[in-house]
Design a protein around this ligand. Structure first.
Ligand code: PBE
Length: 305
């Protein structure tokens, strides 16, 4: 055999062996990844950590359990936002897997490294906004307040700034709202431009009990108060919020998440309220996991065995 041929065969063998090693390695990796994703379902006991039963996101999570066949056998643990946040904190502390119903704007994304699982079926909606609704006669009865409510619009960063002050500087929502207004006088001036003051007229805002709505409602309440209104603000469940505006028990709300999250309530009452359009664009909801988890999509959750 010529020396050249020998080296050629040797080289061939080396390439072949390296190839086999690489193949085994990647099969091993695949297996490891598969067992990790399989373990996620088992480790979390096929349970998604949810929030209040009356929240819109709880309904969307219920839709997801029906719409994704891989989630058959999973349950949604409904409790409260505070309990969900405690479970999330504990899991992250121990670097354990956890799947929660989550949304932004919310300070949890600033505090922890989190990611939304892709939602190819759109169970949690696509582009969500927060809208303002009013009772049908509000424009006629309180044109000044109606104008301000109609103009009220701010960015995700604005809402986050208010929420962050309550988290990091230990301010109440009222204090944070008034600080935000001081820092953003030009924005507020656009909402109130040319609006006449009133003399202690009572206006009732209705909202939901989450931080996002406490932030927006506190800002609107402060602005209306500065125009001479006596403002009351009552946090209730989303279903009650729509009902209150529809039946004239409340004048307006800046808290509906649409089109998906509160879509079923909106459908029920849409002829009895006026939709003044988004006051914030770019909200997002879904299943949220710590960034260290391997899975990226709701479809990566392995079915219960
Ligand atoms: N949330 C926060 C609410 C609306 C605001 C997303 C938890 C909900 O799901 O109804």
């Amino acid at each position: 055999m010529s020396k050249n041929l020998k080296s050629f065969i040797l080289l061939g063998l080396v390439v072949l062996i390296l190839g086999i090693i690489a193949a085994c390695d990647s099969a091993e990796n695949d297996k490891e990844e598969e067992s990790q994703t399989k373990d996620v379902g088992a480790t979390i006991e096929y349970t998604i950590t949810g929030i209040e039963p009356g929240a819109g996101i709880t309904g969307s999570a219920g839709d997801a359990l029906e719409e994704y066949s891989n989630l058959e056998g999973y349950t949604l643990n409904e409790s409260s936002t505070a309990a969900m946040l405690t479970s999330l904190d504990e899991a992250i502390d121990k670097e354990e897997p956890i799947v929660v119903t989550g949304w932004t704007p919310h300070w949890k994304f600033a505090k922890y490294e989190l990611k939304f699982l892709e939602d190819p079926k759109g169970s949690f909606g696509e582009a969500e906004n927060i809208n303002t609704i009013a009772r049908l006669e509000l424009e006629k009865d309180m044109p000044e307040a109606y104008t301000v409510l109609d103009r009220f619009f701010w960015e995700v960063e604005d809402m986050e700034a208010v929420m962050l002050m309550t988290q990091e500087e230990d301010m109440s929502f009222e204090e944070a709202a008034s600080q935000w207004i001081k820092d953003n006088e030009d924005k507020v001036a656009e909402w109130t431009k040319g609006v006449e003051k009133v003399d202690g007229e009572e206006i009732e805002l209705v909202s939901t009990p989450w931080d996002t709505e406490r932030a927006s409602t506190s800002v609107v309440k402060n602005v209306l108060t500065s125009l001479g209104y006596e403002v009351t603000d009552t946090p209730v469940d989303p279903a009650v919020m729509f009902q209150a505006v529809a039946t004239n028990d409340a004048d307006a709300s800046v808290a509906p998440w649409l089109p998906k999250t509160h879509g079923s309530f909106y459908e029920e009452y849409k002829d009895e309220v006026i939709d003044l359009g988004p006051n914030l664009e770019g909200a997002k909801l879904g299943l949220v996991v710590p960034a260290y988890m391997e899975i990226d999509s709701i479809e990566d959750l392995k079915p219960k065995e």
